[in-house]
Write a protein that binds this ligand. Structure first.
Ligand code: RP5
Length: 169
């Protein structure tokens, strides 16, 4: 394998239960792109393609993934089932659902029984973006250049807050 291929080898996997999750999950992809982290994104449905889901999870570690961001809505079993088949850390994103606004997704993902963890994030866009930032923070523990990018990202947010002005009463 050439160095260029190794550099582009995905280290973060993003999976979602349906293409209808993309509006939310694209925010995780956008953050990884912004930080220049090699990633892959695809639809893996726990109940519609369970064999592919297991194959994805089982091969994740040997393929070099160091974190998996898994988004799903409703009875959102995708993150937990992926976590059941790999020791690569799984970051779960609850996608807003049609009838329960994603509270069902949140509870499905966050209530993993003791022993198989899924780090669970906020419902929707903020959760997707923060899951990506957490994956970056994990990678940054062994990557100083990435750590510096993350520090700069934080500093930018600090400056934005410092610059905030309130309207007159
Ligand atoms: C879940 O069911 C997906 O993650 C999605 O949030 C939800 C609805 O899927 P579609 O009916 O839109 O394909 O598996």
């Amino acid at each position: 394998m050439s160095n260029a291929a190794a550099v582009n080898q995905p280290v973060v996997g993003i999976v979602m239960g349906s293409s209808s999750d993309w509006d939310v999950m694209q925010h995780a992809v956008a953050i990884l792109q912004e930080f220049g982290v090699a990633h892959e994104a695809q639809v893996i449905s726990a109940h519609r393609m369970p064999d592919q889901m297991f194959a994805y999870a089982e091969s994740a570690r040997t393929r070099g993934l160091r974190a998996i961001i898994a988004g799903a809505g409703g009875a959102a079993h995708l993150p937990g089932m992926i976590a059941a088949k790999t020791i690569v850390p799984v970051l779960g994103v609850p996608v807003p659902s049609k009838y329960l606004r994603g509270e069902d997704s949140l509870l499905s993902i966050v209530q993993m029984p003791k022993g198989i963890p899924v780090a669970t994030y906020a419902i929707g866009e903020a959760g997707a973006a923060n899951a990506a930032l957490s994956a970056i923070a994990m990678l940054a523990t062994t990557d100083d250049a990435l750590a510096n990018k993350l520090l700069a990202f934080r500093a930018k947010q600090t400056q934005l807050a410092l610059d905030m002005k309130l309207p007159p009463v």
